[in-house]
Design a protein around this ligand. Structure first.
Ligand code: ADP
Ligand code: MG
Length: 667
């Protein structure tokens, strides 16, 4: 099918067109491929008496009392009691004053929302008022297009495509794995006829997406091809470690040895080092750089942000320059003159080690003899950027580092082009973060503890979940928590708020204040990411912890416990199996594995990764069997590249690769 512009769809005018474009949706096809991130089940209602805190429900109720409305600073809180005969319960909305007139006594309502425990009883918080029944798709929110309009546009796009978009996946492959046709899959992925139809659709889409990804990534695999060979002796490794300020952990020593062995072969290395936050990946990367430079080559290290690049540059000056190696920095914010000087130093080979951001892969940067590229925090880069850096040399060795532990089965697919080394040991002396689950009735006690920690001079993070589109709240949960803390729970402490809707400059100002110790408590959404390093912060409180993936919670708590003080993480939630598991272990791999089994691979990356490959299949509940099938099929296709099936899939993969990976990088 010829791809068609979005403007052909009824209801999409110039303003909406812009809004969709800003979200990366440019054509009818893009819109059809914009899969729901969840579904609201309005085919069955749960009796109020069966609601449990922390879960979302559909309920069918009637208004059982008078509406009340009150103000708390910037918030307007609307509250009403509802019943379905089995139980009576309060419902609360924030900043939707107009609801007051709609919630007349005895009116029947279908509500979808989350049950929360408040002051000893249960309530529904900010539910949506629903009109339709069945499985309703929930899309990632698109700023400027209301959820309902997104749904209608998708529906119209599906109509345009129906019957016009041939199924390119070879029939023989579909047969072999029992996969449904594309049209059925797309329609039912958006507007499922039933749970079963949805599963069938998802399986087909996930299979295709993973297969194309795997094939694409194998096509750009560098390892196995002739590449730069870097000679080194075991004495060189010992020499390197002896110059470090600390003895390496067993895992660091082993991984650097694996890297050295790999670089000694005539084939280019393509290796990922995975290790939890704080496991000491930097020292290993510098070790690899040391070997490359000693072997007569240049090395480049790319970080996702300028803050991180500068930090690595300082590290390189401290650790590598005493060993006789010249390090240089190349980041976007340099002046033109500094850029020119950097380019010259790189081209002439004056700089042995170049550290920077994506500025390293822009046009105009020519290396003298690049033998090794290192990419830090790899999950923040797209495949394309990763491969582009390696194109700057004649098949240099490639090392990527990731703090997101990924179970083996998933790595095979996502990083099928890479060998993997794992740093599974933390440097000695780390206290680890004590994690506790705090149910609502213990909240006040916890605040007492926070106060005593602050009195000892420590600082506290309070992290709140992002608002989901399905909730239609006008006030951020973070704002609500912030107001409660400063007016009610901890009015004597200095409390600040930071969230994603703030201007960058305001955000930075608040973060700086916290860093300088001018605030005791920082309330935030999950926007607080890399670069925030406040060793004095020793406590993290996570509101609505049940909403986060385990891997994400694990990464979050990694932000405290960086100093020498005892660190705490409080998960505000009713205890459940998942959270208990998190509280019981600090092993990032076990956590990632569990998370994938329970919630699917998408969650491993948190919400930031939305738009990337794994998100589309994120709801695939840890289907390791499917992952294995895909892996095997990709291998067999690539073994027999000339077959018609392989040719068809390779064509699809190339097309998808170009389209999807172009924007895959999030920075
Ligand atoms: P990450 O794996 O998160 O990138 P870093 O490389 O930043 O971790 O290391 C975290 C901290 O641990 C740094 O301050 C580093 O100096 C220190 N460190 C690394 N390896 C060791 C070790 N073997 N012994 C003691 N401290 C170490
Ligand atoms: Mg690091």
């Amino acid at each position: 099918m010829e791809d068609v512009s979005l403007s052909t769809i009824r209801g999409i005018g110039p303003a909406r067109l812009k809004a969709f474009e800003a979200a990366g949706i440019r054509s009818v096809r893009d819109l059809v491929m914009f899969l729901p991130r969840d579904y609201r089940d309005l085919s069955a209602f749960t009796p109020l008496c069966e609601l449990r805190p922390g879960e979302a429900y559909s309920v069918h109720v009637r208004v059982a009392g008078e509406v009340s409305q009150r103000r708390a600073r910037k918030l307007v809180i609307t509250k009403v009691y509802v019943t379905d005969g089995s139980e009576t319960m309060a419902v609360v909305w924030y900043n939707q004053p107009w609801l007051k007139d709609q919630l007349t006594r005895d009116r029947e309502l279908m509500l979808y929302g989350r049950c929360e425990a408040r002051g000893g009883s249960l309530q529904l918080s900010s539910p949506t008022i629903e009109q339709e029944t069945g499985l309703i798709p929930v899309y990632r929110s698109i700023s400027g297009v209301p959820p309902k309009a997104v749904r209608q546009s998708v529906e119209a796009a599906l109509k345009v495509c129906e019957g016009q978009w041939p199924d390119e996946l070879p029939e023989s492959i579909r047969r072999r794995y029992g996969l449904c046709e594309r049209n059925f899959a797309m329609r039912n992925a958006h507007f499922p006829d039933s749970r079963e139809a949805l599963e069938t659709a998802r399986r087909r889409i996930a299979f295709e997406e993973l297969l194309l990804y795997q094939v694409a990534i194998s096509l750009c695999r560098h390892s196995g091809e002739p590449g730069v060979q870097i000679a080194s002796s075991d004495a060189d490794l010992a020499e390197y470690w002896s110059k470090m300020p600390f003895p390496p952990t067993g895992a660091q020593r082993r991984v650097l040895q694996e890297i050295a062995n790999d670089m000694r072969t005539p084939n280019a290395m393509a290796r990922m080092v995975q290790g939890d936050v704080g496991s000491g990946k930097t020292a290993v990367a510098f070790g690899a750089i040391y070997l490359a430079v000693r072997g007569g080559y240049q090395a480049a290290l790319m970080a996702p942000t300028e803050v991180l690049a500068r930090q690595h540059y300082e590290g390189a000056k401290a650790m590598l320059e005493p060993l006789g190696m010249k390090a240089g920095l190349l980041v976007g914010s340099l002046t033109q003159k500094q850029h020119r000087i950097a380019h010259e130093a790189i081209a002439s080979g004056e700089w042995d080690v170049v550290i920077g951001t994506h500025a390293l892969i822009t046009e105009g940067v020519e290396y003298k003899n690049l033998g090794l590229t290192v990419t830090d925090e790899q999950h923040r880069f797209g495949v394309r950027q990763r491969t582009e850096l390696s194109r700057k040399g004649a098949a240099p060795n490639v090392l990527v580092m990731s703090a997101t532990p990924i179970p083996r089965t998933l790595s095979l697919i996502l990083y099928g082009d890479l060998d993997i080394s794992i740093i599974d040991e933390l440097p000695p002396g780390r206290k680890g973060v004590k994690t506790r689950i705090v149910p609502e009735d213990r909240r006040q006690g916890m605040y007492g503890f926070l106060r005593s920690e602050v009195q000892k001079g420590r600082q506290v993070y309070v992290v709140c979940p992002l608002v989901e589109e399905s909730e239609a709240v006008d006030a951020l949960p973070a704002e609500v928590v912030y107001e409660n803390l400063r007016t009610r729970d901890l009015p004597d402490l200095r409390i600040e708020l930071v969230h994603g809707r703030m201007k960058a400059a305001d955000k930075d100002a608040v973060l700086e204040k916290f860093r300088k110790g001018e605030a005791d408590v920082l309330v935030s959404t999950t926007v607080i990411e890399v670069g925030v390093n406040v060793p004095n912060a020793s406590v993290m409180v996570v509101e609505n912890a049940e909403r986060f993936g385990l891997a994400q919670l694990h990464q979050l708590r990694g932000r405290v416990g960086r100093g020498s003080d005892e660190a705490w993480c409080f998960l505000m939630a009713e205890p459940n199996e998942r959270l208990k598991f998190l509280a019981s272990t600090t092993d990032g791999f076990r956590i990632a594995q569990k998370d994938m089994e329970l919630r699917g691979p998408g969650d491993l990356f948190g919400t930031r990764q939305s738009g990337s490959i794994v998100c589309g299949v994120g709801t695939l509940a840890g289907d390791t069997q499917l992952l294995k099938l895909v892996h095997d099929e990709a291998r067999s296709l690539l073994r027999d590249r000339d077959s018609a099936d392989a040719q068809a899939v390779i064509r699809m993969a190339e097309e998808a690769y170009v389209q999807k990976f172009r924007d895959a990088a999030i920075n």
